[in-house]
Design a protein around this ligand. Structure first.
Ligand code: CUA
Length: 365
Protein backbone atom coordinates (compact mmCIF):
# COMPACT_ATOMS: atom_id res chain seq x y z
CA UNK A 1 0.00 0.00 0.00
CA UNK A 2 1.56 3.30 -1.02
CA UNK A 3 1.30 6.56 0.80
CA UNK A 4 -1.54 7.85 -1.43
CA UNK A 5 -3.74 4.82 -0.79
CA UNK A 6 -3.04 4.93 2.91
CA UNK A 7 -4.22 8.52 2.99
CA UNK A 8 -7.47 7.60 1.23
CA UNK A 9 -10.74 6.69 2.94
CA UNK A 10 -11.01 3.51 4.95
CA UNK A 11 -12.64 0.79 2.91
CA UNK A 12 -15.95 -0.84 3.81
CA UNK A 13 -14.25 -4.17 4.49
CA UNK A 14 -11.85 -2.52 6.95
CA UNK A 15 -14.75 -0.83 8.71
CA UNK A 16 -16.50 -4.19 9.03
CA UNK A 17 -13.36 -5.69 10.56
CA UNK A 18 -13.07 -2.83 13.04
CA UNK A 19 -16.69 -3.17 14.11
CA UNK A 20 -16.10 -6.91 14.50
CA UNK A 21 -13.13 -6.26 16.79
CA UNK A 22 -15.13 -3.81 18.91
CA UNK A 23 -18.04 -6.25 19.23
CA UNK A 24 -15.79 -9.17 20.14
CA UNK A 25 -13.85 -7.05 22.64
CA UNK A 26 -17.10 -5.84 24.20
CA UNK A 27 -18.53 -9.33 24.59
CA UNK A 28 -15.32 -10.66 26.16
CA UNK A 29 -14.89 -7.57 28.38
CA UNK A 30 -18.47 -7.64 29.64
CA UNK A 31 -18.28 -11.39 30.27
CA UNK A 32 -15.11 -10.95 32.33
CA UNK A 33 -16.52 -7.90 34.13
CA UNK A 34 -19.74 -9.63 35.11
CA UNK A 35 -18.04 -12.83 36.21
CA UNK A 36 -15.70 -11.02 38.61
CA UNK A 37 -16.77 -10.89 42.23
CA UNK A 38 -16.34 -7.16 42.83
CA UNK A 39 -18.09 -6.63 46.13
CA UNK A 40 -18.29 -8.06 49.64
CA UNK A 41 -21.40 -9.77 50.99
CA UNK A 42 -24.70 -8.00 50.40
CA UNK A 43 -25.64 -6.95 53.92
CA UNK A 44 -28.60 -4.62 53.38
CA UNK A 45 -31.89 -4.59 51.52
CA UNK A 46 -30.60 -2.13 48.93
CA UNK A 47 -27.26 -3.81 48.26
CA UNK A 48 -28.50 -5.72 45.21
CA UNK A 49 -29.74 -2.48 43.62
CA UNK A 50 -26.30 -0.91 43.92
CA UNK A 51 -24.71 -4.04 42.49
CA UNK A 52 -27.13 -3.99 39.55
CA UNK A 53 -26.24 -0.34 38.97
CA UNK A 54 -22.59 -1.33 38.85
CA UNK A 55 -23.36 -4.05 36.29
CA UNK A 56 -25.21 -1.54 34.11
CA UNK A 57 -22.28 0.89 34.28
CA UNK A 58 -19.96 -1.93 33.30
CA UNK A 59 -22.10 -3.03 30.36
CA UNK A 60 -22.25 0.54 29.05
CA UNK A 61 -18.59 1.39 29.61
CA UNK A 62 -16.88 -1.68 28.22
CA UNK A 63 -18.04 -1.18 24.58
CA UNK A 64 -17.00 2.48 24.75
CA UNK A 65 -13.60 1.46 26.03
CA UNK A 66 -13.32 -1.21 23.31
CA UNK A 67 -14.30 1.29 20.58
CA UNK A 68 -11.86 3.97 21.73
CA UNK A 69 -8.95 1.56 22.05
CA UNK A 70 -9.73 0.01 18.64
CA UNK A 71 -9.91 3.37 16.84
CA UNK A 72 -6.73 4.63 18.48
CA UNK A 73 -4.87 1.37 17.81
CA UNK A 74 -6.02 1.24 14.19
CA UNK A 75 -5.07 4.88 13.57
CA UNK A 76 -1.63 4.46 15.06
CA UNK A 77 -1.03 1.43 12.88
CA UNK A 78 -2.52 2.61 9.61
CA UNK A 79 -1.25 6.17 9.57
CA UNK A 80 2.13 5.52 11.10
CA UNK A 81 5.15 7.13 9.47
CA UNK A 82 7.22 4.88 7.21
CA UNK A 83 10.91 5.39 6.44
CA UNK A 84 11.25 8.09 3.82
CA UNK A 85 8.10 9.90 4.83
CA UNK A 86 9.80 12.21 7.32
CA UNK A 87 9.29 15.24 5.07
CA UNK A 88 5.77 14.30 4.03
CA UNK A 89 2.98 16.54 5.29
CA UNK A 90 -0.49 15.31 6.16
CA UNK A 91 -3.55 16.39 4.17
CA UNK A 92 -5.07 19.75 5.18
CA UNK A 93 -7.99 18.87 7.50
CA UNK A 94 -10.44 21.43 8.81
CA UNK A 95 -12.47 19.22 11.06
CA UNK A 96 -15.68 17.39 10.34
CA UNK A 97 -18.76 19.06 11.79
CA UNK A 98 -21.06 16.08 11.42
CA UNK A 99 -18.58 13.73 13.12
CA UNK A 100 -18.04 16.17 15.96
CA UNK A 101 -21.76 16.58 16.53
CA UNK A 102 -22.16 12.80 16.62
CA UNK A 103 -19.30 12.15 19.03
CA UNK A 104 -20.47 14.90 21.35
CA UNK A 105 -24.15 13.95 21.30
CA UNK A 106 -23.82 10.22 21.89
CA UNK A 107 -21.66 10.45 25.06
CA UNK A 108 -23.85 13.30 26.37
CA UNK A 109 -26.97 11.17 25.99
CA UNK A 110 -25.27 8.19 27.65
CA UNK A 111 -23.98 10.27 30.58
CA UNK A 112 -27.36 11.97 31.05
CA UNK A 113 -29.13 8.60 31.06
CA UNK A 114 -26.72 7.11 33.61
CA UNK A 115 -26.99 10.20 35.82
CA UNK A 116 -30.77 9.97 35.70
CA UNK A 117 -30.56 6.31 36.68
CA UNK A 118 -28.24 7.18 39.59
CA UNK A 119 -30.49 9.98 40.87
CA UNK A 120 -33.63 7.83 40.67
CA UNK A 121 -31.80 4.99 42.43
CA UNK A 122 -30.54 7.26 45.20
CA UNK A 123 -34.01 8.73 45.80
CA UNK A 124 -35.41 5.22 45.81
CA UNK A 125 -33.00 3.81 48.41
CA UNK A 126 -32.99 6.92 50.58
CA UNK A 127 -36.74 7.40 51.00
CA UNK A 128 -37.40 9.37 54.16
CA UNK A 129 -37.34 6.88 57.04
CA UNK A 130 -40.61 6.44 58.91
CA UNK A 131 -41.14 8.16 62.25
CA UNK A 132 -39.74 6.09 65.06
CA UNK A 133 -36.88 4.73 62.98
CA UNK A 134 -34.00 3.78 65.25
CA UNK A 135 -31.35 6.50 65.14
CA UNK A 136 -27.69 5.59 65.52
CA UNK A 137 -25.41 8.51 66.30
CA UNK A 138 -22.05 7.93 64.65
CA UNK A 139 -19.10 10.08 65.65
CA UNK A 140 -15.84 10.13 63.76
CA UNK A 141 -12.67 11.14 65.51
CA UNK A 142 -9.00 10.61 64.69
CA UNK A 143 -8.86 7.61 64.54
CA UNK A 144 -11.92 5.70 65.63
CA UNK A 145 -15.69 5.63 65.41
CA UNK A 146 -17.96 5.80 68.42
CA UNK A 147 -21.66 4.99 68.39
CA UNK A 148 -24.65 5.89 70.49
CA UNK A 149 -28.21 4.60 70.41
CA UNK A 150 -31.19 4.88 72.72
CA UNK A 151 -32.44 1.86 74.61
CA UNK A 152 -36.14 1.03 74.98
CA UNK A 153 -36.43 3.53 77.83
CA UNK A 154 -34.90 6.30 75.75
CA UNK A 155 -31.62 6.24 77.69
CA UNK A 156 -28.43 6.67 75.67
CA UNK A 157 -26.24 3.62 75.13
CA UNK A 158 -22.74 4.53 74.00
CA UNK A 159 -20.30 2.03 72.59
CA UNK A 160 -17.16 1.62 70.53
CA UNK A 161 -18.87 -1.25 68.80
CA UNK A 162 -21.70 -0.90 66.32
CA UNK A 163 -24.41 -3.45 66.97
CA UNK A 164 -27.59 -3.49 64.86
CA UNK A 165 -30.70 -5.65 64.85
CA UNK A 166 -31.42 -7.50 61.62
CA UNK A 167 -34.42 -6.49 59.53
CA UNK A 168 -34.97 -3.13 61.19
CA UNK A 169 -34.46 0.22 59.49
CA UNK A 170 -31.83 2.38 61.17
CA UNK A 171 -30.82 5.91 60.38
CA UNK A 172 -27.22 6.94 60.92
CA UNK A 173 -26.63 10.49 62.08
CA UNK A 174 -22.98 11.04 61.28
CA UNK A 175 -20.83 13.72 62.90
CA UNK A 176 -17.16 14.49 63.25
CA UNK A 177 -15.24 15.84 66.22
CA UNK A 178 -12.20 16.97 64.28
CA UNK A 179 -11.62 16.57 60.55
CA UNK A 180 -13.46 15.04 57.58
CA UNK A 181 -14.07 11.31 57.88
CA UNK A 182 -16.37 9.09 55.86
CA UNK A 183 -18.62 6.50 57.43
CA UNK A 184 -18.71 3.45 55.21
CA UNK A 185 -20.05 -0.05 55.67
CA UNK A 186 -19.18 -1.74 52.36
CA UNK A 187 -21.62 -4.58 53.00
CA UNK A 188 -24.46 -2.03 53.22
CA UNK A 189 -23.20 -0.33 50.02
CA UNK A 190 -23.67 3.16 51.44
CA UNK A 191 -21.34 5.79 52.79
CA UNK A 192 -21.47 9.41 53.80
CA UNK A 193 -18.91 12.01 54.82
CA UNK A 194 -18.60 12.94 58.48
CA UNK A 195 -18.26 16.71 58.30
CA UNK A 196 -17.33 18.86 61.31
CA UNK A 197 -20.23 21.17 62.21
CA UNK A 198 -23.03 19.37 60.40
CA UNK A 199 -24.92 16.11 60.69
CA UNK A 200 -25.10 13.90 57.63
CA UNK A 201 -27.51 11.00 57.40
CA UNK A 202 -28.39 7.84 55.63
CA UNK A 203 -30.67 5.00 56.45
CA UNK A 204 -30.44 1.31 55.77
CA UNK A 205 -32.04 -2.02 56.65
CA UNK A 206 -29.44 -4.68 57.49
CA UNK A 207 -30.70 -8.04 56.25
CA UNK A 208 -27.85 -10.41 56.93
CA UNK A 209 -26.53 -11.64 60.26
CA UNK A 210 -22.81 -11.39 60.77
CA UNK A 211 -19.84 -9.14 61.30
CA UNK A 212 -19.01 -6.58 58.62
CA UNK A 213 -16.31 -3.97 58.22
CA UNK A 214 -16.84 -0.35 59.17
CA UNK A 215 -14.34 1.74 57.27
CA UNK A 216 -13.28 5.37 57.13
CA UNK A 217 -13.27 6.31 53.45
CA UNK A 218 -11.83 9.81 53.71
CA UNK A 219 -8.12 10.44 54.17
CA UNK A 220 -8.16 11.93 57.66
CA UNK A 221 -4.60 11.74 58.95
CA UNK A 222 -1.79 9.34 59.76
CA UNK A 223 -4.07 6.76 61.33
CA UNK A 224 -6.68 6.82 58.54
CA UNK A 225 -5.87 3.32 57.32
CA UNK A 226 -6.43 1.96 60.82
CA UNK A 227 -9.79 3.63 61.32
CA UNK A 228 -11.54 0.33 60.82
CA UNK A 229 -14.05 -1.28 63.11
CA UNK A 230 -16.86 -3.78 62.85
CA UNK A 231 -20.61 -3.81 62.82
CA UNK A 232 -22.35 -6.83 64.32
CA UNK A 233 -25.77 -7.48 62.85
CA UNK A 234 -27.63 -9.65 65.35
CA UNK A 235 -31.11 -11.04 65.93
CA UNK A 236 -33.64 -8.69 67.59
CA UNK A 237 -33.48 -10.82 70.76
CA UNK A 238 -29.71 -10.59 71.00
CA UNK A 239 -29.91 -6.90 70.23
CA UNK A 240 -32.23 -6.34 73.17
CA UNK A 241 -29.91 -8.32 75.40
CA UNK A 242 -26.98 -6.24 74.22
CA UNK A 243 -28.87 -3.00 74.84
CA UNK A 244 -29.76 -4.10 78.35
CA UNK A 245 -26.19 -5.16 79.09
CA UNK A 246 -24.68 -1.92 77.82
CA UNK A 247 -27.42 0.53 78.69
CA UNK A 248 -28.05 2.70 81.73
CA UNK A 249 -24.56 4.15 81.78
CA UNK A 250 -22.83 0.77 81.92
CA UNK A 251 -20.66 1.58 78.93
CA UNK A 252 -19.11 4.43 80.85
CA UNK A 253 -17.78 1.79 83.17
CA UNK A 254 -17.95 1.49 86.92
CA UNK A 255 -16.67 5.03 87.13
CA UNK A 256 -19.29 6.36 89.47
CA UNK A 257 -17.08 8.55 91.60
CA UNK A 258 -14.61 10.23 89.26
CA UNK A 259 -14.01 13.67 90.69
CA UNK A 260 -10.26 13.58 90.39
CA UNK A 261 -9.58 11.68 93.60
CA UNK A 262 -6.33 9.79 93.38
CA UNK A 263 -6.51 7.94 96.62
CA UNK A 264 -6.08 4.21 96.62
CA UNK A 265 -9.71 3.64 97.50
CA UNK A 266 -11.06 5.65 94.57
CA UNK A 267 -8.63 4.00 92.16
CA UNK A 268 -9.74 0.59 93.33
CA UNK A 269 -13.36 1.36 92.47
CA UNK A 270 -12.54 1.99 88.82
CA UNK A 271 -12.26 -0.97 86.50
CA UNK A 272 -9.01 -0.40 84.60
CA UNK A 273 -9.62 -3.38 82.35
CA UNK A 274 -13.05 -2.06 81.38
CA UNK A 275 -11.47 1.29 80.45
CA UNK A 276 -8.79 -0.49 78.46
CA UNK A 277 -11.20 -2.67 76.51
CA UNK A 278 -14.17 -0.33 76.07
CA UNK A 279 -12.77 3.17 76.58
CA UNK A 280 -15.23 5.78 77.72
CA UNK A 281 -17.46 6.62 74.77
CA UNK A 282 -19.42 9.24 76.71
CA UNK A 283 -16.36 11.50 76.84
CA UNK A 284 -14.80 10.31 73.58
CA UNK A 285 -11.99 8.32 75.19
CA UNK A 286 -11.18 5.63 72.64
CA UNK A 287 -10.48 2.15 73.98
CA UNK A 288 -6.74 1.37 74.23
CA UNK A 289 -7.59 -2.11 73.02
CA UNK A 290 -8.88 -0.68 69.73
CA UNK A 291 -5.25 -0.09 68.71
CA UNK A 292 -3.06 -2.08 71.10
CA UNK A 293 -2.48 -5.74 71.75
CA UNK A 294 -2.53 -6.66 75.42
CA UNK A 295 -2.63 -10.33 76.21
CA UNK A 296 -4.34 -9.97 79.59
CA UNK A 297 -7.12 -7.88 78.09
CA UNK A 298 -7.56 -10.20 75.13
CA UNK A 299 -7.02 -7.42 72.57
CA UNK A 300 -5.08 -8.06 69.37
CA UNK A 301 -5.04 -4.79 67.44
CA UNK A 302 -1.81 -3.80 65.74
CA UNK A 303 -2.15 -0.07 65.09
CA UNK A 304 0.04 0.74 68.07
CA UNK A 305 2.79 -1.23 69.77
CA UNK A 306 2.11 -4.43 71.67
CA UNK A 307 2.01 -3.14 75.23
CA UNK A 308 3.33 -6.34 76.74
CA UNK A 309 6.64 -5.71 75.00
CA UNK A 310 6.64 -1.89 74.99
CA UNK A 311 5.86 -1.18 78.64
CA UNK A 312 7.25 -4.20 80.43
CA UNK A 313 9.92 -2.34 82.38
CA UNK A 314 8.06 0.96 82.84
CA UNK A 315 6.77 2.03 86.26
CA UNK A 316 3.10 2.98 86.64
CA UNK A 317 3.91 6.71 86.53
CA UNK A 318 5.70 6.32 83.17
CA UNK A 319 2.80 4.35 81.72
CA UNK A 320 0.40 7.06 82.89
CA UNK A 321 2.62 9.68 81.26
CA UNK A 322 2.63 7.69 77.98
CA UNK A 323 -1.18 7.72 77.97
CA UNK A 324 -1.45 11.46 78.56
CA UNK A 325 1.55 12.49 76.45
CA UNK A 326 1.81 9.78 73.80
CA UNK A 327 4.17 11.71 71.52
CA UNK A 328 6.88 12.25 74.11
CA UNK A 329 8.40 8.84 73.60
CA UNK A 330 7.55 6.63 70.65
CA UNK A 331 8.26 2.91 70.38
CA UNK A 332 10.63 2.00 67.55
CA UNK A 333 8.77 1.51 64.28
CA UNK A 334 5.72 3.58 65.26
CA UNK A 335 4.84 7.13 64.28
CA UNK A 336 4.02 10.25 66.24
CA UNK A 337 0.58 11.81 66.08
CA UNK A 338 -1.41 8.61 65.71
CA UNK A 339 -2.52 7.99 69.28
CA UNK A 340 -5.12 10.47 70.55
CA UNK A 341 -3.61 13.16 72.79
CA UNK A 342 -6.81 13.88 74.69
CA UNK A 343 -6.80 11.20 77.38
CA UNK A 344 -5.81 13.86 79.89
CA UNK A 345 -9.18 15.49 79.19
CA UNK A 346 -11.42 12.51 78.42
CA UNK A 347 -10.38 10.53 81.49
CA UNK A 348 -10.32 11.76 85.06
CA UNK A 349 -7.05 11.54 87.05
CA UNK A 350 -8.49 8.62 88.98
CA UNK A 351 -9.36 6.81 85.76
CA UNK A 352 -5.88 7.43 84.37
CA UNK A 353 -4.41 5.98 87.56
CA UNK A 354 -6.66 2.95 87.36
CA UNK A 355 -5.83 2.42 83.70
CA UNK A 356 -2.08 2.77 84.19
CA UNK A 357 -2.20 0.48 87.23
CA UNK A 358 -4.16 -2.11 85.28
CA UNK A 359 -1.71 -1.98 82.35
CA UNK A 360 1.28 -2.22 84.69
CA UNK A 361 -0.25 -5.25 86.41
CA UNK A 362 -0.99 -6.88 83.07
CA UNK A 363 2.41 -6.43 81.46
CA UNK A 364 4.45 -7.49 84.46
CA UNK A 365 2.17 -10.34 85.49
CU1 CUA B 1 -11.12 8.90 59.49
CU2 CUA B 1 -9.98 8.36 57.47
Amino acid sequence: MDAETRRGPVSGRTWAKLVGIVLAGSVVGIAIGLSLNWFPTQGSTIAHKIDTFWDVLLIVSVPIFAAVVTVVGFSVFRWRMRPGEEELDGPPIHGNTRLEVVWTTIPSVIIAALCAYAVVLLLDIQEAPAKGTRVVDVTGQQFAWTFQVEDEAGKPVASNRLVLPIGERVEFHVRSKDVLHDFWVPAFRLKVDAVPGITTKYSVVPNKLGRFDVVCAELCGLGHAFMRQYVNVVSPERYRTWLAANGAGKATGAVATGGGATTGAATGAIDGKQLFVAGKPATGAIACGACHTLKAAGTQAVTGPNLGAALKSDPVAAIRESIVNPNKEIATGYGKGIMPVNYGQTLSPAELDALATYIKKSVSG
